[in-house]
Structures are given as structure tokens and as C-alpha cells.
Design a protein around this ligand. Structure first.
Ligand SMILES: NC(=O)c1ccc[n+]([C@@H]2O[C@H](COP(=O)([O-])OP(=O)(O)OC[C@H]3O[C@@H](n4cnc5c(N)ncnc54)[C@H](O)[C@@H]3O)[C@@H](O)[C@H]2O)c1
Length: 338
């Protein structure tokens, strides 16, 4: 069976045509900051009702404003028939948020001591089969499972900001996570229109941030060495390979780059060049001196304001997502039975 004309990343059905996974319906979001508010928006747009816990006194109004601002984009991308931005309850009592839930998306501060304290509260207030998926960017699931009740239901479900728009979720199991919990979590995220990847081995930064970090290291190096300005280095990504990266990753690109001979031909032919470039790549560190140099180089380019840049990013990202969603749906019927 061929699922799509290009592999991978194109085999994603438009989110509104997905069948909702009916096994995980009662959802809680713990921590309503940048990521928690965005997860809540996604869950609501997909027809779920949400309970949200955050200790900050003004959090409910901040999250409500976030959802209201994001809702037109969710409408454009396709709402579930039962989607309702009002189906969210706020509480400053964690037990109220998570008791009687099937799935908790933990999005509290990126601090291991705070997370472990929070997980102890989740242990005390959830059924032992409630899945607890952490948004953490920096911790490994085995760190989070330390001393947990029923550690087999703890795992990482790492989104890309903002999760209500960017489809990727990285699911990472810890040493004690059960395979059934991993499968169920992947099915749940997929049913919400996410593009979920399974990470088979715990590593620092999971997969996507490691690749971002590799590229960012060289982007910094090129500016510090005076090779090009920040704006030109960024243009080299956004107007060049970045366009392809929205469609396919480096393995698929290199498979195609080798023509009919595939990646074997490309690696045997161009591989020595790549090896030479690898030897020459920079290894800068984030020192105070380098931070000053990078900020000065950025400011020297007279960059647009934060508001202008972020509005432009959101408009273009939404346009891109809409186009990709529509085109992927058109490609989808390409199913050939063996
Ligand atoms: N910001 C990103 O780009 C990004 C991307 C992917 C994953 N993440 C991960 O998501 C998580 C949240 O990051 P964020 O950027 O939303 O942070 P944030 O600072 O915006 O939000 C954290 C929220 O947690 C609340 N909080 C404080 N103490 C708490 C507690 N004890 N229990 C529950 N909530 C508490 C805060 O009031 C705040 O609203 C982190 O683990 C981070 O690594 C962040």
C-alpha cells in the first residue's frame, strides 16, 4: 500500500477528517503558559473539553485571551463539529483539574524540582491509568519517572511552538513507560491531526531541537566569523532549503538529490564534499561575549519590531499550513492495494 506520493510528512490527512480517538476524552492541561494555552486551544478546536490548572492568579483571563486570539486560525484550519472555545474550566487546585481525567498534558515550568513536585501531586490525584505526557523540551522521560506512582503511564509528548498550529509532537518513552501507553498516546495525538513521531531512544533535546541546534550552531558561527549578516544567513535558510524542509527532511531530500541512484549515488558522489564541510563547521559557545556580538549584529540590520515579525510569522505560517493541508488531502487518495 502506498500512502502518499512523497515520503514522509505528506501522509497526513487534513486534521478535520481524522477520526477522534474516543478512548481519551477527559483531558487536563497542567500549566497554562505559552505552551499550555496553545495545547488547550488545540484540544478545544478538536472538540474536547479541557480542565486547566495554573497557580498564577490571572492565568484564566490570559488563557481565555490567547484562545480568542487563536480561534480564527483554528476555524481556518478546520474545527471539529463539537469544538467550542468555552468548553474549558479553570482551577487553581491541581487535584480538581486532573481527577477523573484520561490524559494530562503537563506544561509547567522547565525546572526539574518543580516538575517532580508537580508529578507527586499528580500521583496523588489521578487514577493509575491516567496518561501523563510532559511537554518538556529539556528533560528525559526517565528523569521524570523517578519515584513516580505507576511510572509506566509517564512519557514525554514534546510539541513544537505553537502546538495549536505546528503539527509535530515527539513522543518519547522512558525506561519504565509501557509500550501500550506509547501507542495510545500516539493514537491520541494523531487523532487530533498532529504529526507524531516516536523516538526510540532517550537523548538530550529529543530529535527536532537537536537538529535545530546543529543548524543554529553554524548560523551563529557564520555571523561571528563575518561570513554573512544574520539577515542574510536567515534568508539562506528561509528562501532556500527551508522551503524544502517544510515538505521533507534531509534523508528524503538526499534520496531525491541522488536522482534515480538515490542517496547511495549522492553520498558516493557528493559525500566527500560534505565530509570536508563537516570538518570546517564551527563550534561556537554561548558566552557573554558572543551574545553581545550576535545581538549587535542583529540590531545593525535594523530589524522590524517584535510585533511586526511575530504577526508576519503567524500569517505566513497559517498560509503555509493551509496550503500543505489542502494539497496533502488532494494527494491522499493515492492508495494502491498490493
Ligand atoms: N516555549 C516553547 O517554545 C516550548 C516548546 C516546546 C516545549 N516547551 C516546554 O513546555 C513547558 C512549558 O513551557 P512554557 O514555554 O509554556 O513556559 P511558561 O513559563 O510560558 O509557562 C509555565 C506556566 O506554568 C505555570 N506554573 C508555575 N508553577 C507551576 C506549577 N507548580 N504547576 C503548574 N504550573 C505552574 C506558570 O504560571 C506558567 O503559566 C516546558 O516544560 C517547556 O520545556 C516549551
Amino acid at each position: 500500500m502506498v500512502e502518499s506520493m512523497v515520503y514522509p510528512g505528506v501522509n497526513m490527512t487534513a486534521s478535520e477528517t481524522k477520526t477522534q480517538d474516543t478512548t481519551l476524552q477527559r483531558v487536563a492541561v497542567v500549566g497554562g503558559g505559552t505552551i499550555g494555552a496553545s495545547w488547550a486551544t488545540l484540544f478545544l478546536a478538536k472538540g474536547l473539553s479541557v480542565r486547566l490548572y495554573d497557580p498564577a492568579p490571572d492565568n484564566a483571563s490570559v488563557v481565555r485571551q490567547f484562545i480568542a486570539a487563536a480561534w480564527p486560525a483554528m476555524q481556518r484550519l478546520g474545527l471539529h463539529p463539537e469544538a467550542d472555545p468555552g468548553r474549558i474550566d479553570f482551577t487553581n487546585n491541581v487535584a480538581d483539574a486532573v481527577s477523573d481525567t484520561d490524559f494530562v498534558q503537563e506544561s509547567g515550568p522547565e525546572n526539574l524540582a518543580i516538575k517532580r513536585e508537580l508529578f507527586a501531586e499528580l500521583d496523588a490525584s489521578t487514577a493509575t491509568d491516567t496518561i501523563i505526557s510532559s511537554s518538556t523540551s529539556g528533560f528525559m522521560p526517565s528523569d521524570l519517572q523517578h519515584e513516580r506512582v505507576a511510572p509506566e503511564r509517564y512519557l514525554v509528548g514534546h510539541p513544537f511552538n505553537p502546538p495549536h498550529l505546528v503539527p509535530l509532537v515527539e513522543v518519547v518513552a522512558g525506561a519504565q513507560t509501557s509500550p501500550e501507553v506509547v501507542d495510545k498516546t500516539i493514537r491520541f495525538y494523531d487523532s487530533l491531526g498532529k504529526k507524531t513521531i516516536r523516538i526510540d531512544k532517550e537523548v538530550q533535546g529529543h530529535v527536532a531541537n537537536r537538529m535545530q541546534a546543529a543548524l543554529y550552531r553554524e548560523a551563529i558561527h557564520l555571523v561571528l566569523e563575518g561570513v554573512a549578516s544574520p539577515a542574510d544567513v536567515d534568508a539562506a535558510v528561509a528562501y532556500g532549503p527551508g522551503l524544502r524542509w517544510a515538505i521533507m527532511g534531509p534523508h528524503t531530500s538526499h534520496q531525491l538529490g541522488g536522482g534515480p541512484g538515490g542517496m547511495r549515488h549522492l553520498l558516493e558522489h557528493i559525500g566527500p564534499n560534505i565530509d570536508r564541510w563537516w570538518q570546517d563547521l564551527g563550534t561556537p559557545s554561548i558566552t557573554p561575549d558572543n551574545i553581545n556580538k550576535l545581538v549587535a549584529a542583529w540590531d545593525a540590520g535594523n530589524p522590524p519590531s517584535h510585533e511586526t515579525l511575530s504577526a508576519e510569522r503567524d500569517t505566513l505560517l497559517l498560509a503555509l499550513l493551509e496550503t500543505l493541508q489542502k494539497t496533502r488531502t488532494e494527494l491522499q487518495p493515492e492508495v494502491i492495494e498490493p
